[in-house]
Design a protein around this ligand. Structure first.
Ligand SMILES: Cc1cc2nc3c(=O)[nH]c(=O)nc-3n(C[C@H](O)[C@H](O)[C@H](O)COP(=O)(O)OP(=O)(O)OC[C@H]3O[C@@H](n4cnc5c(N)ncnc54)[C@H](O)[C@@H]3O)c2cc1C
Length: 259
């Protein structure tokens, strides 16, 4: 089929003419016409920016209204470069001095060491990383901070996390080179992720699993893909949804759906 990927080119509208979406407009003022459009963005971006929210399927609209039944999950994450000679084990858990991150207090954390495969090792250094789970209330906490407060809190918590890793792994004291720290707002900024979620809605007892049918009522040629089409999302869901979108188009074109 061929194809061309444009980087750093955010879309700002899918343009509709009655029941047909005929083009995509971009923030740089350009636009591209299309026979079929497959948005793979977060559905929060899709229905709040690219097409009117009136096209949002009811099950999705209901989920956004009920955060308790449909929570999202994100992370406060810190990564360091360390010498690969430190044999930490792939993932190690530690009881820690309690630490409040976002709105909640944590007593345990883990460190994942990526030196388990040579492909991740460069100049005898590997990445070690921790991820402390964050949810909707924590996202709102981060969102409530001013830019200055956000930078300060992020730095203070990075220092606290570093101390706790050193307490759990004394051999790493003074040996960790900080690479980066990121929060739910980082996922929001880079990916447009709803509440910074890096998967879609968490499955909770009593809540319905989101299973979007792949097309939108009232638009003939937009085929949905991406992790938000099927909760709880994740990489396999995102990848499979892309295949399903192509198969739906093939079916529409009365061609074989074998791909
Ligand atoms: C730390 C971490 C650990 C994870 N672990 C796992 C795991 O173990 N197993 C698993 O299955 N999954 C895991 N995931 C989740 C997995 O990465 C996601 O499910 C997957 O990336 C979702 O793919 P997607 O294409 O639906 O969405 P995304 O990867 O979010 O892609 C959407 C893209 O749309 C772009 N975009 C947004 N707005 C616009 C716009 N207006 N115009 C143009 N482009 C736009 C974004 O920049 C982004 O690149 C993890 C994620 C993280 C962060």
């Amino acid at each position: 089929l061929g194809g061309k990927i444009f980087y750093n080119k955010p879309a700002n509208a899918i343009n509709l003419d009655g029941k047909v979406a005929n083009s995509v407009s971009f923030e740089d003022g350009s636009s591209v016409s299309a026979d079929y459009i497959i948005p793979t963005v977060d559905t929060h971006v899709l229905f709040n920016k690219l097409i009117p929210s009136s096209y949002m399927p009811k099950e999705l609209a209901d989920a956004y209204k009920d955060e308790n039944a449909y929570p999202t999950t994100s992370g406060f994450q810190v990564a360091y470069a360390v010498d690969v000679k430190f044999d930490l084990g792939e993932t190690t858990f530690a009881e820690i001095e309690p630490l409040k991150i976002g709105e909640r207090v944590f007593n345990r954390m883990y460190v994942k060491a990526y030196g388990y495969d040579d492909v991740f090792v460069k100049d005898d250094k590997m990445v070690i990383q921790t991820c402390i789970s964050q949810t909707d209330v924590d996202y709102k906490y981060w969102k409530s901070l001013s830019k200055e407060e956000y930078d300060r809190v992020k730095q203070e918590l990075t220092d606290e996390v570093t101390k706790r890793i050193e307490a759990a792994h004394p051999e790493l004291a003074g040996e960790m080179e900080l690479l980066d720290t990121w929060t739910p707002l980082t996922y929001e900024r880079y990916c447009g992720a709803y509440h910074g979620g890096y998967m879609s809605f968490v499955t909770t007892p009593g809540a319905k699993q989101i299973r979007l049918k792949g097309k939108l009522d009232g638009i003939d040629n937009v085929y949905l893909a991406g992790q938000w089409t099927n909760s709880p999302g994740g990489l396999p869901v995102a990848v499979a949804s892309g295949k399903f979108a192509i198969q739906r188009i093939l079916k529409e074109e009365k061609r074989s759906i074998k791909i």
